[in-house]
Design a protein around this ligand. Structure first.
Ligand code: PMT
Length: 223
């Protein structure tokens, strides 16, 4: 049986993909199913935590027992996450957040006109980076979805975004990343590579990630 190592702690998790509206019926999104984020939420619940999940577009049901905040866009995710940030002890950002959104959101459905259509996109706010700047006591866990030079980009994200842990996944590897029920991740901390996990279910991956996070919490409850 799992010990309740997170009793009395508040874990904030983001899951799924953001949806960036183009017009009333169209949007830009990505392949995130929410499975990885929901697995983290479920593992945190089993460890006794109070869990808030900020979820974008997902294709599976969230675990029962979490406080679910449903959002669409990166901007809405930013607002929901910052609203729950102060009371959080651990923040895990498993969501796939759009880096760009349509520069203009059309109020009417876009009409078919020329042979080509160019969309202008603008940068969204990097939520993880903002949290890194604002954090006080929170243990901040970011994800890095990469297809090349995993270690390099993981460490770059860790330092640039002031994270305590980065969970890197090679999203081009078989059995890893978006949509499936398994993942292959490496955990990085300020000291570099901490753990290289084999191919595991997202559920098992999640509990391994939280085990490492718990060890790094500033104030561990006696259990
Ligand atoms: O949902 P699943 O289908 O189970 O898939 C899981 C997953 C592949 C989505 C997950 O394992 C994963 O890698 N999530 C992070 C995806 C991502 O957006 O990675 P990134 O390297 O682009 O971003 C790095 C980090 O910054 C992430 O923690 C992301 O949440 C965060 N970010 C990114 C952009 C932005 N504007 N704000 C952010 O906070």
């Amino acid at each position: 049986s799992r010990s309740r190592k997170l009793a009395g702690k508040h874990v904030l998790v983001t899951a799924g993909g953001t949806m960036e509206r183009l017009d009333p019926v169209r949007y830009l999104t990505n392949d995130s199913s929410g499975k990885m984020g929901f697995a983290i939420a479920e593992a945190a619940l089993l460890m006794g935590a109070e869990v808030t999940v900020v979820a974008g577009r997902t294709t599976v049901e969230p675990p029962a027992g979490v406080k679910l905040v449903q959002i669409e866009s990166a901007q809405q995710m930013l607002e929901a996450v910052t609203a729950h940030f102060e009371t959080a002890d651990i923040v895990v950002k498993a969501a796939a957040v759009a880096d760009y959104r349509p520069a203009r959101q059309q109020e009417q459905k876009l009409k078919k006109t020329g042979e080509t259509l160019t969309l202008e996109l603008e940068r969204t706010t990097d939520i993880l980076q903002l949290l890194g700047e604002r954090k006080t006591h929170q243990l901040l866990v970011g994800f890095a979805a990469e297809t090349q030079q995993i270690a390099h980009y993981a460490m770059d994200k860790l330092t640039r975004k002031n994270c305590d842990l980065i969970v890197a996944n090679d999203v081009s590897a078989e059995g890893a990343g978006f949509n499936g029920d398994t993942n292959i991740v490496q955990l990085y901390g300020k000291e570099g590579l901490i753990q290289e996990l084999p191919l595991l279910s997202k559920r098992e991956t999640a509990s391994r990630i939280l085990e490492v996070a718990v060890q790094r919490l500033p104030h561990l409850p006696q259990s």
